[in-house]
Design a protein around this ligand. Structure first.
Ligand code: BES
Ligand code: ZN
Length: 526
């Protein structure tokens, strides 16, 4: 909690302003009745109670995460609060001065929706239906794409986006920036009938999210999402004329993504899965654009196999190059992201940190049960001190885009490694067959078979004579060390193991007598 203090001193005015804006600008029924619902963390709620004794927590839930690497408190109570808009307006000043830690908030259109979100958040460990393969097997495609990527292109996009007076969700600048991005991405897709660029319309404000879709060739129903937010905010002036360049927050994320897209298209790469690149509207006012999209995808049963969020990529505030955030994210997917970094950008160092609250659009996808990752520019406490002000400029990000280039390359490697898998990699167990013969007392080993956490591994033999079967996790079995053995008097044997973590499984066959064998292994791959 300690490391969040400075951040909240800086962002509280913004959070409050947007909270009020959200309350008053909303065209929905809750706003008309003067009430709305938000979810907030413990500390924020305690402060809200102090300044507004009448605020009611409709429901509270303890959220637990179990990521040992976070090395920080992994328990937080989150409250669904009914907020009276008029009351909040009067309390604005008091909260501005007293609230040192907000914890962010999520906006909900109704009490029922807020309760649903809270219940879902409390069961963060919802297992995914299908896991994609996290094996890195596309170096020949990834490396040439990364080699083409240029920091100067990222600089151009950051400066173009920064040149709007602001990109706030209700201003003309905010609308224009969305249209500009749509035009830019559509231009990049010229001549490709498999690529479309659309705008996603939201209710209650004009700013639209922008979505580029590269249709998958033979596994199009499985979708990989990469996103950043296109809106910006000046926390102390959210009017038409307030200056909010948002160069780092989050022109940098959009620019990193745009350079990844450019290089991917230039290479002629055609993904097997569908790739979707998203510039979200209205992130700064409670993740509203991404919440709409993630809910829409969930309602339509879209099989999103992975989500990466790029929010702030260009200010190098701490020692490591890329920090993987451990809350509201999926640890197996983030292990894969770490592997992408060590494989494709081996010079870079990785750190781990957390926001402590749903700080960006990945939380919207996480709330719908999708696997997310959030690679961030610095540790949480050493992030860019200029965000949400008129000084969030390219100059104040160190006048460079080499930091953001690391994230662009990471995004491209994520898109291609996940984009290149066929349906058989994910939805079916993998089957491998072996056959041969064994002299009496001879042994032969097979593996490693890379099995996913929670997956099962089965080995079956048939044949002549008497073959014995041994299966072992982590290392090659011996006839005295194994996880499972099957040593009947014939060559018909069977062994199954279930994994409690990603891991290697090995098989050993022994000829109890001289024998021939057919070995079939069936497993859920990593
Ligand atoms: N990019 C920030 C989130 C962020 C800031 C992450 C600093 C790590 C360090 C994002 O745009 C933002 O401002 N989020 C809000 C919360 C949101 C729910 C309105 C915030 O952090 O106050
Ligand atoms: Zn922000």
């Amino acid at each position: 909690m300690q490391n969040q203090k400075r951040h909240f001193e800086r962002t509280v005015p913004a959070v409050l302003a947007v909270l009020l804006a959200g309350v008053f600008a909303s065209a929905n029924a809750s706003a008309q009745s003067g009430k709305t619902w938000i979810t907030v963390g413990d500390t924020a709620f305690a402060h809200l109670q102090k300044v507004a004794p009448k605020v009611i927590a409709k429901e509270s839930k303890v959220l637990r995460t179990s990521d040992a690497r976070a090395k920080l408190a992994t328990e937080e109570t989150v409250h669904l609060v009914e907020v009276d808009a008029a009351q909040l307006a009067q309390l604005s000043e008091a909260v501005h001065h007293e609230l040192k830690r907000c914890g962010g908030f999520m906006f909900h259109a109704s009490e029922a929706e807020g309760k649903r979100a809270l219940t879902k958040a409390a069961t963060l460990a919802t297992p995914m239906l299908s896991r994609p393969s996290y094996v890195l097997d596309n170096a020949a495609t990834v490396n040439p794409v990364l080699a083409q990527m240029q920091a100067s292109n990222i600089t151009t996009t950051i400066n173009d986006l920064s040149s709007f007076q602001n990109r706030y969700y209700t201003t003309t600048g905010g609308t224009d920036a969305s249209n500009w991005l749509k035009t830019k991405w559509a231009g990049m897709a010229t001549g490709r009938s498999d690529i479309t660029v659309t705008q996603f319309t939201h209710t209650g404000y004009n700013q639209k999210s922008v979505i580029m879709t590269i249709n998958g060739t033979d596994n199009a129903a499985e979708v990989v999402v990469l996103g950043g937010h296109l809106d910006s905010i000046n926390g102390s002036n959210t009017s038409e004329t307030g200056r909010a360049p948002g160069a780092d927050d989050d022109a940098s994320g959009i620019a990193s993504m745009t350079e990844a897209i450019r290089a991917i298209i230039a290479s002629g790469y055609k993904p097997r899965r569908t790739l979707k690149f998203m510039g979200y509207a209205a992130e700064e006012v409670g993740l509203r654009g991404s919440a709409d999209i993630a809910k829409n995808f969930k309602a339509n049963n879209v099989n999103v196999v992975g989500v990466m969020q790029l929010d702030m990529t260009n200010y190098k505030g701490a020692a490591n190059d890329i920090y993987l955030f451990t809350d509201y994210t999926d640890s197996l997917q983030s292990d894969f992201v770490a592997k992408l970094i060590t494989t494709y950008q081996p010079g870079l160092t990785i750190g781990y940190d957390r926001c402590g609250y749903g700080c960006s659009d990945h939380a919207s996808w996480n709330a719908q049960g999708y696997a997310t990752s959030m690679p961030f520019e610095s540790s949480f406490s050493a992030d860019n001190p200029y965000i949400h002000t008129a000084n969030d400029t390219y100059a104040n990000s160190g006048n460079q885009a080499t930091h953001a280039l690391k994230f662009a390359k990471l995004a491209a490697s994520f898109a291609i490694e996940l984009g290149s898998d066929g349906i058989t990699d994910t939805n079916l167990p993998r089957v491998e067959n072996f056959s041969g013969s064994l002299a009496r007392s001879a042994t032969k080993s097979f593996g490693p078979f890379k099995v996913i956490n929670g997956g099962s591994f089965k080995a079956e033999t048939t044949g002549t004579g008497d073959t014995d079967l041994y299966v072992r996790k982590t290392s090659v079995p011996t006839t005295s060390s194994y996880t499972c053995k099957s040593d009947g008097a014939t060559s018909t044997e069977s062994c199954s193991v279930t994994m409690t973590a990603n891991g290697d499984v090995y098989v050993l066959l022994k000829g109890y007598t001289a024998s021939t064998y057919s070995l079939k292994v069936t497993y859920n791959p990593q």
